[in-house]
Design a protein around this ligand. Sequence first.
Ligand code: TXA
Ligand code: MG
Length: 332
Amino acid sequence: MPSIQVQVSIEQIATAAEILRRGGLVAFPTETVYGLGADAENEDAVRRVFAAKGRPADHPLIVHVANAESLDEWASDIPEIAWRLAEQFWPGPLTIILKRSERVPEIVTGGLATVGLRVPSHPTALALLRAFGGAIAAPSANRFGRVSPTTAAHVREELGDAVEMVLDGGACNVGLESTIVDLSSGAPTILRPGAITQQDLQRVLDRPVLYGGTDSPRCSGRLESHYAPRATVELLDSQDIVDRALKLSRQHLKVAVLSGHAPVDLPRDVEHLPLSSDAESCARDLYSALREVDRRACDVALVTLPEETGLGVAIADRLRKAGGPRNRSEDD
Ligand code: TXA
Ligand code: MG
């Protein structure tokens, strides 16, 4: 079911573009998650993005552009396969890592020689990019290490007054961050799974696309502890959920179960939060559900991993990160 699109006015877009031109920060909807945007060529503005998120300076930001035609302004040595992916999947939830051009300040890429580029498909994001005219550096609009926002209200919860304007484009349709594919060296490699799947990329490129290891530096989306709510997330087989919930609630812990239907024999003091087993709905609603777990002050959330095919790969990736060991010094 498509999410409700809240209309953003032309005046709001013009105001937002003006804020970016002045070096201010604007949060805006994309089809994946909300982004915290700054003029990619304004180093002070980009510095403010890192400060607002509490993100270490060596974690690179994705650069958003209005269309693929301007790709060679922001990247250099662009391989033919990058154009093919851009033509097929942009605008859309795919970030392509390429060698950066001189035009991208080093602060955006955390000192790396490469840059992540993406043309988002959300109409508000595209309208903002066109009105602004330049490139917008934008990480997800959450505090570092927290769950990405998929509504304007989530952005306010996360960033409060640190952002001058939040464009409200409704709930994000995809709900998980873009697929990141590295084309800057060697074989095409997925650094972060998303709605554009390995099969999608292989079909268009007609060659194998690999998954990156988990040891790549400076890719915050790949820290084991990323995307974490405050509650502990436990991943279990569905037949074990009720027993586990019972055990935890006997220990006086507040427990939430995230699943399509509430298990019939779930203890009464355990919260049930609906999370569809349909992959698209699950991806769209996952981060809201994790926020709800925290809002209800649950200590533990119990959830079953989806089948790891197609979009299920990205959902499982984010659930594992939510359930991964916490590294508070990195996370908060
Ligand atoms: O869907 C998305 O990609 C959202 C929306 C707002 O576009 N953005 C997003 O940005 O998720 P962020 O900053 O939260 O995650 C970007 C990820 C980080 O893990 C970062 O390390 C990685 O992309 N990244 C950016 N540039 C990179 C580069 N040059 N090489 C390797 N990884 C890079
Ligand atoms: Mg992020």
